[in-house]
Design a binder for this molecule. Structure first.
Ligand SMILES: [Zn+2]
Length: 179
């Protein structure tokens, strides 16, 4: 929930730069970022050369490449090395993978936000005067409408219009950025 919320905020705030790396970190892992940066600047590179560039062992680089491949961020091609006859894998960056990733993550965030909005608009909440915590009827009932924080009596709360507005704005912004 929190991560999604953070992601949505990120999506809307720095749509330009950090967004791409943020999406990749969220779905593939932040350890692949240096490798992805290198790949984006090059055409195709053999995995041996990549390991050299990254100053890492081939298995580490391979593992990162496979994980990116699962999200279609990179493509690979097997080529024969003429000098020794061995087959070597070459890798390249695949921009359309990022677009797909973005679309998928946006849909996920949108679904979460819409669920929240639905809950916010249709649920009856209870809270004390100080608003320590908001509870649904069942939960408030089970503790006899005594605030779990301060012990004061909890009352029925009107729908939180501000919260609903914020959610509606976030949903609209996300719909506008995602196709
Ligand atoms: Zn309270």
């Amino acid at each position: 929930m929190t991560r999604l919320k953070l992601m949505v905020t990120k999506l809307m705030l720095d749509f330009d730069n950090g967004i791409v790396e943020h999406m990749v970190s969220e779905s593939v892992g932040s350890d692949v970022l240096p490798l992805l940066r290198k790949l984006k600047r090059k055409k195709e590179v053999s995995e041996l050369e990549l390991a050299e560039i990254m100053e890492a062992d081939v298995n580490t680089v391979r593992n990162q490449l496979y994980r990116m491949h699962q999200h279609n961020l990179v493509f690979s091609e097997r080529r024969r090395d003429e000098s020794n006859g061995w087959y070597v894998y070459w890798w390249g960056f695949q921009p359309k993978g990022l677009q797909n990733l973005f679309t998928r993550l946006s849909k996920k965030s949108l679904a979460e936000l819409e669920k929240k909005l639905q809950r916010e608009s249709s649920t009856t909440f209870y809270a004390c005067e100080k608003n320590c915590a908001r509870l649904e009827f069942e939960d408030a009932y089970s503790i006899e409408f005594r605030c779990p924080e301060c012990g004061e009596l909890m009352h029925l709360r009107e729908a939180d219009k501000d919260r609903i507005q914020v959610l509606k704005r976030q949903i609209a912004a996300l719909k506008a950025t995602a196709r």
